[in-house]
Design a protein around this ligand. Sequence first.
Ligand code: FAD
Length: 677
Amino acid sequence: MKKIKPNLNKLNIQEFNSIIIGSGAAGLNCALHLIMEGIPSDKVAIVTENLGGGTSFNAGSDKQTYYKMSIYGDQSDSPYELAKDLYRGGAMHGDIALIEATNSIREFFHLVQLGVPFPHDKYGGFVGYKTDNDPRQRATSIGPLTSQEMGKCLLKAIEEKNIKIFDKYYALKIIVDDTTEKPKIVGLICIKIDDLSKEKNIENLLDSLAVFKVKNLILAIGGPAVLYKNSVYPKSQKGTTSLAIKAGCKLQNLTESQFGLASIKFRWNVSGSYQQVIPRYFSVDESENEIEFLYDIFPSFKELSKAIFLKGYQWPFNATKIENYGSSLIDLAVYHELEVFNRRVFLDYTKNPKNFNFNKLHQVAKDYLINSKALGDTPIKRLRKLNKQAILIYKKHNIDLSSELLEIAVCNQHLNGGVSCNGWWEATTVKNLFAIGEINGNHGIQRPGGAALNAGQVGGLRASQKIAHLYNSYQLINHKNFQNKVKNEIVNLIHEFAIVLENSPSDSEKSLTTNKLLDQIQYRMSKYGGIIRPLKGLEAEILAIQDQLNKINKLITLKFNTEIIEYLRVKDALLTQLFFLKAILNYHLSFGSSRGSYLVLRNKLNDSLSEKYIIPPDNLKEYKFIYNNLNLSNKIQTIQLKNGRIIIEWDAVRDIPSKYGCFENTWKKFLKKEVFD
Ligand SMILES: Cc1cc2nc3c(=O)[nH]c(=O)nc-3n(C[C@H](O)[C@H](O)[C@H](O)COP(=O)(O)OP(=O)(O)OC[C@H]3O[C@@H](n4cnc5c(N)ncnc54)[C@H](O)[C@@H]3O)c2cc1C
């Protein structure tokens, strides 16, 4: 097909100092900080595909956690102590851990100031509790919807500041100037989703584009939520990790996703109270034959009750919690019922597990239920006493736990990795491009529950400080150069869209709908990138992905312009999947051990690393997984698209800084803005 030469004279190019892509808790907070740091509000804009969509506004759990330094009563804590606990999760840089820790209180009080009702006592003390991977009591919560309330309070403040929000804009291409020593951000191309017409029309496609010329771009696009079939991300979150990949960002820790048990009809984590009241787990086959499958795996009701109870605190699947009948054995058993036996798995709050006897409960569960006055002869009665809100949230979504069964699966929940950034949350390989919130890759292998929300807020503060103090004064790119760059990008985009729209189902027997291709992507992720990670077959799968990517515009058939967005989404998912599976393959070939939220399966042991198999009990023994003495947690795996090649490297983890300045010197540096370097 000949390249189309669209008439670009009509293009309306808008200019801003900073554009934030994404309107979750991270993006909204960053917009506010930019204004607080001195950028005029008409120079800042938010571009979002769906205001009110995304994870922050739509996800939660029985008690959604916000993690911060402890500031309560006589509890001793310090930024350094908190940094050590973040850093201990492995594969996390120490300076980043210290920054997240040091700024946690500032950001926490910013939210309090905006009206997020974090509970305090009569002395004004913000009491905390202990969450997973937390040795102290640093966690706080306002209930099931902490991030949603954060989002609402932040949005209200944004509206008061009159910051422009471009809603229903899908960001599809970041424009980078690569003629400078380090590639640099100059603009962004979006599609105005609502302007796409229900026809095949190139003029309309062109009219639907919006072009922005910017000094700074902040990615706050959240996690790659469409990758897995079993997912507890809200359906309104999709993610667009390929935006960062194609802009030349280095990404890191893509092997480190979190998985855990969640309900699937209404996507919700079944953590905390949902487990502490000891519900009945069972599975059914097609003929509705029911079995309480956990009894085949756990040796006694006592052991089982301990594991179910601990699952409340230890929600993410964890490779170290399989042995000795640990709580993650439950996730593995659920996975096996679903993936191998093709059975459906349910939680039942109306009946006790078989052989239930309160006196035979494990002591840890019994003490907790007695101390919390959560006694009752069924799980629902105990839940009603322990945490009424946990029942109400399901009721609000038309599920009555007092009479209905809750279908569950092992679900993808969070990506700890993402864009590699420095201490200002600026991408290490692209100047003026920042990545905050879940798209940022600062977390390590494990993190305390609630650290994601803290990091998202701290990231917005840091990015805005850098922008306001160092990236505010210089000129935008020369208009002619910018127009030429945009022209090239748009000609290529329109050419690609024209090809996809021209395909018709009869062109090729192999033509796919976007939904069918997404099914294939999700199937692959479950097989190679979920809690079970076999090496066998992975290389062939990567070749298949590369092949699909090379000819995607010929593979997909679309009926109307409106379907272009789905085409872009599935293309994004395919490229993101390629990066994930390449990272996982490299991890296997580097003899990575089972860790974090996954088990690695390989047919051969490497004796020089004292590799050994750990064999789960009974019918789960096919998941014999590898452990070895190779310590990869002091390194961070990075992956980048460079000159058309995918480069994977391992960087040494940086230590937590241990030298601090004295007041007078810091003051001088602060006045000279040297602290922002
Ligand atoms: C079930 C569940 C429970 C959780 N519990 C906790 C917890 O207890 N504690 C904790 O710390 N964390 C928790 N998390 C994680 C935490 O909620 C998320 O990491 C966080 O909310 C992400 O915020 P964000 O602003 O980065 O992204 P999001 O809130 O997901 O926002 C992303 C935004 O980007 C927009 N966007 C994406 N792509 C584009 C594009 N191409 N163009 C335009 N707009 C785009 C989306 O529409 C959305 O507005 C949980 C997550 C889940 C799923």
